[in-house]
Ligand binder design. Structure first.
Ligand SMILES: Cc1cc2nc3c(=O)[nH]c(=O)nc-3n(C[C@H](O)[C@H](O)[C@H](O)COP(=O)(O)OP(=O)(O)OC[C@H]3O[C@@H](n4cnc5c(N)ncnc54)[C@H](O)[C@@H]3O)c2cc1C
Length: 130
């Protein structure tokens, strides 16, 4: 990904910086982004960068630390499910969505796996009889 991005002449980088504020304007009842206020975390310098859009990229680390030592996970932290099911290593605990999917990580696949997990959970409860 990094290699692809650095080779793309349309992409420019602002290193060591965080967005402090997204700035915009409102015209005729319509809101639009006009710039972002950036802070260089090494120097503390504040700057403004013109842009008409902001898209957050949040990385690929699944947020599963709270299950460490309980639910089986791979080396990156994705929860491991049995075969195509939502079953985890703990009976009665099911995993669905991005936390259990290192391949697709899309809203529609997450929703589908949520449905599968609900069906698995319902069938598991049925199988418990009492
Ligand atoms: C910038 C961006 C753009 C995207 N664009 C697209 C797109 O165009 N099309 C597409 O299909 N997919 C897109 N995706 C991916 C899509 O958003 C995810 O695949 C989808 O949201 C995964 O759903 P989920 O329910 O598994 O996880 P999430 O939507 O991440 O939901 C997990 C929830 O769990 C909550 N949570 C976390 N920890 C705890 C805790 N300890 N206790 C209680 N709650 C907790 C979180 O607050 C969150 O609400 C995009 C993702 C990003 C970041």
């Amino acid at each position: 990904m990094q290699e692809k991005a650095t080779k793309n002449p349309k992409i420019a980088y602002v290193w060591d910086s965080i967005i402090e504020e997204v700035l915009g304007k409102e015209e005729n009842g319509k809101k639009a982004v006009t710039s972002v206020r950036l802070k260089n975390v090494k120097t503390g310098a504040i700057s403004e960068m013109k842009t008409d859009g902001v898209f957050m990229g949040i990385g690929h680390q699944p947020n599963t630390e709270l299950f460490a030592g309980q639910l089986e996970m791979d080396s990156v932290g994705y929860l491991v499910t049995k075969g195509r099911s939502a079953y985890t290593n703990i009976p009665g605990v099911f995993a669905a969505g991005d936390v259990a999917d290192s391949v697709y990580r899309q809203a529609v696949t997450a929703a589908g796996s949520g449905c599968a997990a609900a069906i698995d959970a319902e069938r598991w409860l049925e199988s418990q009889h009492d």
